[in-house]
Structures are given as C-alpha cells and as structure tokens.
Design a protein around this ligand. Structure first.
Ligand code: 8YV
Length: 324
C-alpha cells in the first residue's frame, strides 16, 4: 500500500483552517475555492482521491475526478453533496454528526426564546435609550408557558432539543419520516397533523427532495394565530414566501430562523417582519464545536486511507468499501 503522505486531497470551499492544517500534516493538499471542474489544475484530475468540502459537490464534479474515493463534508447536513450519485459510483461520503448536536440544540432554544419573548427587540429598545425615555419594554404577547411543542425531524438534534423542552416543563410531540424507536414522545403521521396538534413547531428536518417546502401555508395555518415557528434545519424545507405572508397577516405569531433557502440571501419579505428573529446560520458556530467538526472531517479522511474505513459515513454510502 502506498504511503498515505502521497495521497492527493482536494480541499473545496472555505473549510475550517484546523481541518486544512490536519489534512496538510497527513496528505498532499490542493485548495479550490469551489467544486468547479474547470478550476482543477490541468491534467491533475486523476490524482485526487479525496475531497474535504465546505460547500457544494455535485455529480459533474464527482465525475470529473476518476480516482475519487471519499468526500468528507463539513457539517451534519450534506444536502449540498450529491451523496446518491457518490454512492452509486462507490465513492464514500461522510458528515459530522454528534459533535455539534448539543450546540445546535442550544441555539434552537435560544431562537425559540428570542422569537417568543422578543429578547433581541427588548435589547435594541434598551440600546436605543427607550427604557429611559419611554419606560419599561411592553409586556410580550408570547410566552413559553402553556405551550405544546412539535418537532419536525426527530434525529440526534431533534432529540437533544426535545430533552431541553422537557426540562422547560412542556409537552413534546413529533413528526419524522418514520416513528423513532425507544422514543416516548407522541408521534404524528404527517407534518400537517403535528402542526394542528401544537402551537410551537421546531424544524430540524434535513434538506431533501421529500422535505422541500414542507412547511407551507397549510402547515402554518394549522399552527394557528398563537403559533411560533423555529427553523434550525434547512431553509429549503420552508416555503419562505408563505412564511413571510403568515407572519405579516397574523396567521402565526412569530418565527425564529437560523437557516434560509438561498444563504446568505435572506428574503426582503422576511427582513421586513418584526415578529421574526433572524440569525445568520450560527447553529453550530462556536469555536469549540467548529473545531470538533473540523477534527471529524480530517479524521474521516485519515481513517479512510490509513485504516480503510470512514468514521461517520452517510446512509447513502454506508455500503461503500475502500478495497483495502
Ligand atoms: C454547517 C450545518 O456546518 O452541520 C450543518 O449541517 O448547517 C452547519 O453546522 C455549516 O453550514 C458549515 O458552514
């Protein structure tokens, strides 16, 4: 077996520097700002056996690298990587589960409270000097007291959010593509049914063709006029036009959003909604957690070439073996 030091790895996008450093300590690394075949060094495509990516990797790029064995994605969500295509071609894809679970769940709770109790608006009020000039910030219509929380997507992060919600003394129910074994929370057979049964909906759903615009006008209507919607999963799962409309018309009370369909572009209609608390996709964005994610990206590539197996393969490529 050739020395792993001779393996050429393509680092794509603005990957965390700690991951780049660890890859450079172990492999021959080339950097590309994005996965665009025309930007590959001429006659070099056959050399690359691995991609470490923060950003999109499509089927055409996978096809442009004939000796590609593994794509290590920075992030638990890997909707930007064509994992189905990779799986069919025998290319391993890995993601970064577990290491970000608690951080993202913390952020979801922060967003929920911000949206419900208007904390960012209250802080702006203080900073604008209005506490002194106008008196106390108005009492908030929203409260977590008495709420029923529904979670869309009961994976690792959904469960971590549910544990936190339980500690708040609120009931939890969920919708997921299938019932989750060993979970006692009430299961609903559709997102619409879940939205009708709760007044607080937290989406942790991944971006897939099945979840595209799943949170639509009907779901928001079912959530109702006291409804709070929080999205910490993927923006593609929401019909953003319908959401802005629901926020403006009072179909729901408020929303807290960390993710958007076309980041970093946030629809003007949502920016105009005073009852939306908006964050620039910071769910996992602490130095601690991003470093752990960077370590896992590097570890997947190191383990693949060193031991012949990936640490955290995604489901579409679990069957892929290294041939070593
Ligand atoms: C990403 C995320 O890592 O893990 C995910 O799926 O959404 C984030 O934690 C982030 O998009 C990377 O830039």
């Amino acid at each position: 077996m050739a020395d792993i030091q001779d393996v050429h790895v393509l680092v794509v996008g603005n990957l965390h520097e700690h991951a780049v450093k660890r890859l450079e300590e172990n492999f021959q690394v080339t950097r590309l700002s994005k996965a665009d075949a025309s930007a590959l060094p001429p006659d070099d495509a056959q050399n690359f056996r691995a991609i470490a990516a923060s950003g999109a990797v499509d089927a055409a790029f996978i096809d442009a690298l004939p000796n590609l064995e593994i794509i290590a994605n920075f992030g638990v969500g890997y909707d930007a990587v064509d994992a189905g295509h990779a799986g069919k071609k025998g290319v391993m894809v890995t993601n970064t589960p577990d290491v970000l679970t608690e951080e993202v769940a913390d952020t979801a709770i922060g967003l929920l409270i911000n949206a419900t109790r208007e904390l960012p608006k209250a802080e702006n009020y203080l900073r604008a000097g209005k506490w002194k000039s106008d008196g106390a910030y108005p009492l908030t219509r929203g409260s977590l007291r008495g709420r029923k929380v529904g979670i869309f997507g009961m994976g690792r992060i959904g469960l971590a959010i549910a544990r936190r919600i339980e500690a708040f003394g609120l009931p939890v129910s969920y919708f997921n593509r299938s019932r989750v074994d060993g979970v006692s929370y009430e299961y609903h057979g559709s997102l619409l049914e879940l939205a009708g049964a709760v007044d607080t909906l937290i989406s942790v759903a991944p971006g897939t063709p099945q979840t595209a615009k799943a949170v639509n006008a009907d779901v928001l209507k079912a959530l109702g006029p006291d409804g709070i919607f929080v999205n910490i999963g993927r923006g593609s799962t929401v019909d953003e036009e319908a959401l802005a409309q629901a926020l403006k018309s009072g179909t729901i009370m408020a929303a807290g959003l960390d993710v958007f369909a076309d980041e970093p572009n946030v629809p003007q209609a949502l920016l105009e909604c005073e009852n939306a608390s908006l964050l620039p996709h910071v769910g996992s964005a602490s130095q601690h957690t991003r470093r752990a994610m960077a370590d896992l990206v590097a570890q997947n590539v190191i383990s693949w070439f060193g031991e012949g197996k990936a640490v955290t393969p995604v489901s579409e490529t679990r069957h892929v073996t290294s041939g070593r």
